[in-house]
Unconditional design. Structure first.
Length: 218
């Protein structure tokens, strides 16, 4: 069964506690937290203090997506703040193997994110070390962008590469996910679907989450 991870990027930041509670009550599996530094991506969002503030309001895993330069400097703080999963961009990590193991040493599960233009082959040497691969289906930085269909092939490629070497690998997709793109990405092998505007842009979060799940399971 696929997991749905609502992204709080599209939620009301003045009532984050209630937004997270509503997502959990609405049937979310994980909570996706987008961290942006204004350097790796052209937008600034939140830091470990906010993750720490959300932590007591949900029992769901917190899935922290670091869109930042030099993530090694901040991984310990995010792990301490209550992140269960921490993902870093391959494009921001010259020593990716070291960064992945730093995440694990800090007690979190480790993910690597690939931008739409980055090929799956860059993961080959470290595939067995990963808990998760996050494939961006938009260019990172903003919610509400349109899904890039060219990434679908990459989902299948990662699935096939992982089937032999890391069958428990989670494959997450992020950007432009709605009931239709949920169906496509899940059928190509995605196991975790991030959705920002398709959940928090809707009045009824339960209905929105159910619609995405229905799409994915169709
Ligand atoms: C984009 C973020 C996404 C964003 C997705 O840079 O990584 O997690 O919240 O938003 P939607 O689902 O609206 O495309
Ligand atoms: Zn994200």
């Amino acid at each position: 069964m696929v997991k749905i991870a609502p992204s709080i990027l599209s939620s009301d930041f003045s009532r984050l506690d209630r937004e997270v509670v509503e997502a959990e009550r609405g049937g979310a599996d994980w909570i996706h937290v987008d961290v942006m530094d204004g350097r790796f991506v052209p937008n600034i969002t939140i830091g470990p203090r906010i993750v720490e503030s959300i932590r007591p309001h949900t029992t769901l895993p917190l899935d922290v997506h670091l869109m930042i330069e030099e993530p090694d400097r901040y991984i310990p703080a995010f792990a301490k703040s209550g992140a269960d999963w921490i993902s870093v961009h391959q494009e921001a990590c010259p020593h990716l193997h070291r960064t992945v193991h730093l995440i694990k040493e800090q007690g979190a599960r480790a993910g690597v994110v690939l931008n739409p233009a980055t090929p799956a082959s860059v993961l080959e040497p470290i595939l067995p070390d990963l808990d998760l691969v996050l494939l961006m289906t938009v260019n990172p930085g903003f919610g509400g962008q349109e899904f890039i269909p060219g990434v679908l092939d990459k989902i299948r490629e990662v699935r096939e590469r992982a089937d032999n070497r890391n069958p428990d690998l989670e494959i997450e997709v992020d950007g432009g996910i709605n009931p239709e793109t949920a169906a496509q990405t899940a059928s190509w092998g995605a196991t975790v679907l991030v959705a920002g505007s398709a959940v928090f842009g809707k009045e009824d979060r339960r209905e929105a989450i159910q619609a995405i799940r229905k799409g994915a399971e169709a």
